[in-house]
Design a protein around this ligand. Structure first.
Ligand code: HEM
Ligand code: HEM
Length: 423
């Protein structure tokens, strides 16, 4: 009996060790975190458990991958539900990771001692993206095959490093059996393990920083973790689980035909989270699109998180009323600018009809066409709206995010028939 009680204590002790004994009352407000970090953990756990079950029926070879999923759906009890639950958890995981990123930025929770955790978060975001992309390849249908083929062909266009990287990803000179096996190992072993390690460090750093960021003016009153936090976590977990299962039940993902190198589909669209990249690639060379632009944005985010901000503004949503206004203006400006440029490059400036060097036509010109008006807008904010460093940074990040979303929506909903604009 005593032994049983001891065992029970160990379990309770372990669960409580995941949390502090008490938490600040104001950190429990839904509008502080929207529960997004916790939801990410839950989705990861769902993905690991459904993924492990999928491994029992999935065969990672070119001949059998597709059929193994079709068989899973047709012959196994709850096979379709299992596949669909994995699929939808993965999609929502991307959305909630993005929203969590947006929340820490706009709630000014990335400065000083938290900047380190922000970098871990950025790595986590890259890992979640990679998990999704490697998973996308596994059904080995037309979509998978052509998405990887386009990716490797695009990477090949990078000077010097392009060809070796493309060869490494494809596991040879062509996308085929080696590619699938490589992606399978990355997807089901390397990436989940790495994500797990990073999540552990990430959560540990949140605790080391005494929990989530709260503005100085909020009260420091504490409440007991159990039941105040745990009951909220349980409610959020059950709601997310119900939502994922409902989506999986009513909208199972459908596969295209089995991968066939001989049949090129008319429009090969990238997975939705990369459609902004695909749109940009239509007019901008891969050196800028998949190399210089992401690196510049990453360095900029790191730079922003290392700038100084007034102590009383830490944790304050949107920094100030002026910050809020600058964010709304920049979202509207960036959406308008990006879409106008898409129209100009589609109808007025045809790169094929010029004899200018490719890096000028597909690089310098489109980038300047974006950067000059965007720079002018930032100047307007600084000069006439008198925004300070942090408000301006929030406006610039908003412009980047809005432009990416505008490009992504354009490719997803407005392009067809050989990637032409359709209205
Ligand atoms: C961050 C975690 C993960 C993400 C984002 C993710 C994402 C995905 C995606 C998007 C697919 C394609 C499903 C479809 O639309 O048809 C997939 C397939 C697959 N995943 Fe994962 N996954 C994750 C973790 C795992 C883990 C941990 C395992 C195994 C240990 C796993 C095993 C599989 C298998 C075997 C398939 C192929 C079968 C199928 O398509 O249903 N996944 N994954
Ligand atoms: C697998 C993905 C992730 C998981 C499981 C995760 C988990 C968490 C949790 C549980 C918290 C505390 C509660 C909360 O804020 O909701 C947190 C806070 C934080 N996360 Fe994440 N996170 C992930 C991705 C990211 C990403 C993509 C970023 C940004 C690039 C990020 C940056 C941060 C920062 C800066 C904090 C501290 C926020 C504060 O002090 O208020 N995380 N994360």
């Amino acid at each position: 009996m005593a032994q049983k009680n001891n065992r029970k204590n160990v379990v309770i002790e372990f669960l409580l060790h995941l949390h502090p004994i008490s938490v600040k009352k104001d950190s429990l407000k839904f509008s502080r975190t929207f529960g997004l970090g916790g939801i990410n953990i839950l989705l990861f756990l769902i993905l690991v458990s459904t993924g492990t079950l999928l491994r029992f029926s999935y065969i990672p070879t070119q001949q059998n991958a597709y059929d193994s999923i079709v068989n899973l759906q047709k012959l196994t009890y709850f096979g379709t539900l299992l596949h669909a639950t994995h699929h939808w958890s993965a999609m929502i995981f991307l959305v909630t990771s993005f929203l969590h990123f947006v929340r820490v930025i706009y709630s000014n929770s990335i400065y000083y001692e938290r900047s380190k955790n922000f970098y871990y978060g950025l790595v986590l975001f890259a890992l979640v993206l990679s998990s999704n992309f490697t998973g996308y390849a596994l059904p080995w249908d037309q979509l998978s095959y052509w998405a990887i083929t386009i990716l490797t062909n695009t990477i090949k266009m990078l000077p010097l490093i392009g060809a070796p990287i493309a060869k490494f990803i494809a596991g040879g000179s062509k996308v085929g059996a080696n590619t699938l096996f490589f992606f399978y190992n990355l997807h089901t072993a390397v990436l989940p393990l790495t994500i797990f390690i990073f999540i552990v460090i990430h959560i540990w750093l949140v605790r080391a920083n005494s929990g989530v960021t709260l503005p100085a003016k909020e009260s420091t009153e504490k409440v007991k973790t159990s039941p105040e936090l745990t009951s909220r976590e349980l409610l959020a977990a059950l709601s997310v689980l119900a939502f994922v299962l409902l989506l999986a039940f009513f909208f199972p993902p459908h596969l295209l035909g089995k991968a066939s190198p001989a049949i090129t589909p008319a429009d090969i669209k990238a997975p939705w989270y990369f459609s902004g990249v695909q749109e940009m690639l239509l007019n901008v060379h891969p050196i800028f699109t998949i190399f210089l632009t992401p690196i510049t944005i990453l360095l900029y985010l790191i730079y922003v998180s290392r700038t100084k901000i007034e102590q009383e503004k830490i944790g304050v949503w949107f920094y100030s009323d002026k910050g809020k206004q600058a964010i709304v203006y920049s979202a509207a400006f960036a959406a308008l600018l990006s879409f106008t440029l898409i129209l100009i490059f589609e109808y007025l400036f045809n790169a094929d009809n010029t004899s200018l060097p490719v890096l000028l036509v597909n690089g310098i010109i489109p980038l300047l066409a974006y950067l000059l008006p965007a720079g002018g807008f930032v100047f307007y904010l600084l000069r006439f709206k008198k925004t300070n460093k942090t408000e301006t940074a929030l406006a610039i990040i908003t412009m980047i995010l809005t432009s990416y979303i505008t490009m992504g929506l354009t490719t997803t909903f407005l392009r067809a028939n050989g990637m032409r604009l359709i209205f």
